[in-house]
Design a protein around this ligand. Structure first.
Ligand SMILES: *Cc1c(COP(=O)(O)O)cnc(C)c1O
Length: 431
């Protein structure tokens, strides 16, 4: 595989950006080689600066549920930009996307658009604090919520503990407001509430944790979180930036049949443009400025081009059978690989939900906690990733990242991929 032009561009980028990138995982630190510069995408495929073609399962880290360069999304973007790109006033495009979402997603009654998932979660946490008048928040190790100060916190020592900041620049005093528990562990959460019950503003969780492997939780655990927050006057926030509009139009909340108090979205609702959003009941959302006392604003929030792209995308997601078809395709893909692994006694399992999948090099039947992920297995992923690239299959450049199947992936694409996966597993697992 030729990588001359990508490598040349990366060399240039190294002079411009920290480790050559504008978001860390892109730097290929967890896999072999240097980042590949993509110049074009169409449907399930991307092409790089050296003319290599890939079947892409990164899908821009989740937003591209229709694949690359979807015709209607592109047309809507072009049509909108002909009138300008930003006005700093309300626009029709905001109404259109807002209405599309609220009409078809029963979990929220009002929504506020922001520019990224990080911003959505940051605002949702502020809203929970403003609404409850409490300061502490409870999160789980193995969930990612963007690079918000109070959430760049990892577990300290002990069972239910105050966190320690996981990034330089996050004051220890901020981390002290965050309690970190193990996923799928009721006792840890119970203990936290026994100790700090009336100080906890909210529990924040990815209902389908998909940023540190795919750690599918027991429905019962999520129901337990609903119960204990209600009982203690705390709010339950589902961070659905990745699962929202991916697992179904109502995301994981619809999938599990659970009503959280605040929801956050991003990724898919922007159709590939930068967007985030948070929503809740009318009553809770009335706390947001200028209606209420919780301040939150944005120069480019609800940007008409992003809103138009989002509308064009989610309109297509609303088509009859859209999610069923995606899930069926994903099942078939995952089952074929799991059957192959089993038949060959390979120590790998593909976990999946909806159209999200994750390769875990493990002999565990389930992986539900960050602590259960085998660090050593990431060495196997490195080889696997490189073998796949050589065969024209683009997986995210880290074994902790999930893969996505889009509506643009054809049966033929998946057949080619299954074969490439089999060959790559043979290389990776025979070393
Ligand atoms: C991607 C993601 C975020 C952060 O969104 P950005 O747009 O990258 O800021 C937050 N929460 C979850 C669950 C995510 O998957």
């Amino acid at each position: 595989m030729k990588r001359e032009n990508s490598n040349k561009s990366y060399k240039k980028a190294l002079e411009l950006f920290p480790r050559g990138v504008n978001s860390p995982v892109r730097a290929f630190q967890a896999v072999y080689g240097y980042p590949i510069f993509i110049v074009r995408g169409e449907g399930s495929r991307t092409w790089d600066a050296d003319g290599n073609e890939f079947i892409d399962f990164c899908c821009s880290w989740g937003p591209l549920i229709l694949g690359h360069n979807n015709k209607y999304v592109r047309e809507k973007i072009i049509e909108t930009t002909l009138n300008g790109t930003s006005f700093g006033t309300p626009t029709m495009q905001e109404n259109e996307l807002g209405e599309l979402i609220l009409k078809n997603n029963s979990k929220i009654e009002k929504i506020r658009f922001v520019n990224s998932g990080t911003e959505a979660v940051m605002s949702a946490v502020r809203l929970a604090r403003g609404y409850t008048g409490r300061d502490k928040i409870l999160k789980f190790s193995g969930c990612y919520h963007g690079h918000v100060d109070h959430l760049l916190v990892k577990a300290g020592s002990g069972l239910a503990t105050f966190g320690e900041s996981s990034s330089a620049g996050v004051p220890q005093s901020f981390a002290k407001e965050t309690i970190v528990c193990e996923l799928n562990n009721k006792e840890a959460v119970e203990k936290a509430f026994e100790e700090f019950g009336n100080e906890i503003a909210c529990i924040l969780i990815e209902p389908i944790p998909a940023n540190n492997g795919l750690l599918i939780q027991d429905k019962e655990f999520l129901e337990f979180l609903r119960g204990i927050t209600t009982k203690n006057g705390s709010l339950l926030i589902f961070d659905e930036v990745i699962s929202g509009f991916r697992i179904g139009f109502e995301g994981a909340s619809g999938y599990f049949g659970i009503q959280p108090d605040i929801l956050t979205y991003g990724k898919i609702i922007g159709g590939g443009m930068p967007v985030g959003a948070y929503g809740a009941s009318r009553e809770i959302m009335s706390f947001i400025a200028p209606e209420g006392p919780v301040y939150q604003a944005g120069t480019l929030s609800g940007n008409p081009v992003a809103m138009a792209a989002g509308s064009a995308q989610v309109t297509q997601c609303l088509e009859e059978g859209f999610y069923e078809k995606l899930e069926k395709k994903t099942h078939k893909f995952v089952n074929e690989i799991n059957d192959f692994a089993k038949a060959n006694d390979f120590n790998v399992k593909v976990f999946s939900v909806g159209s999200i999948f994750w390769f875990a090099f493990t002999d565990l039947e389930k992986v539900q906690k960050a602590e259960e992920i085998d660090l050593q297995s990431m060495e196997i992923y490195k080889i696997f990733h490189n073998e796949l690239l050589e065969r024209g299959i683009y997986f995210a450049p880290s074994g902790y990242e999930v893969g996505f199947i889009s509506a643009a992936h054809t049966e033929e694409d998946l057949k080619i991929t299954v074969n490439a996966v089999k060959e790559s597993l043979e290389v990776a697992l025979k070393n």
